[in-house]
Design a protein around this ligand. Sequence first.
Ligand code: AP5
Length: 216
Amino acid sequence: MNLLIFGPPGAGKGTQSALIAKQFNIKHISTGDLFRENIKKGTPLGVEAQGYMNRGALVPDDVTVKMLEGALAANDKQGFILDGFPRTIDQAKVLGAMLTNRKVKLDCVLVLTVETKMIVERLSGRRVCQKCGEVFHITARPPSKPGICDKCGSDQLIQRPDDKAEVITKRLDTFWAQTAPVKKFYEEMDLVREIDGTGSESQVFMKIQDALRETQ
Ligand code: AP5
């Protein structure tokens, strides 16, 4: 199964992708996570991406597309859920060509909808383990021991630099200006299943599973 998850920053794409990947034994490919890994390792790609990410802008297509192509090549045998790509119509067209070349079909585009006030609450309360990348939220998903990662035991739970209030506003502007039109692109291909992203993680996951059952 090959899926794409789409929605504004903080809609819950990463959270739901992890659940979907586990349930259906497919790979979670997140361009945001791939950039963050490169930043952590200090690669040239990470150095280039960091400035764009920290100001809420999109990383240029040449860099992003090459990185995505590598990740797809490594994972398209098992099936995947793509999170964070495409973010522009141009990226959507490039993805279409890549998948056609690889003889891979996209089964469904899950579109998560969440209102802006809730997005801001989710992003401003998100904490991420700097060591293993596990995601928490100060109220919705707090760690069992305050300040300690449940997964790896690290005490480095930090706020993402792009989750600061001023950058959240920029990211939302970028989403509405450049990324939102991608939804229509996939609606025209009759691939979109819209999911109300409000409610608990497990409630949203149930809605996603219902939608996927209907597409099979
Ligand atoms: P990326 O990492 O993809 O960021 P994003 O799309 O803005 O999405 P987020 O990771 O912020 O949110 P999410 O929807 O995954 O929410 P999450 O599940 O974590 O990209 C970062 C940057 O990289 C971009 O700004 C850009 O610069 C660059 N980039 C990436 N891809 C690119 C591309 N294709 N082209 C160019 N540039 C690119 O949830 C958020 C919080 O809410 C968490 O704390 C979570 O615990 C909590 N939460 C989740 N679900 C629920 C729920 N149901 N109830 C309560 N809390 C919840």
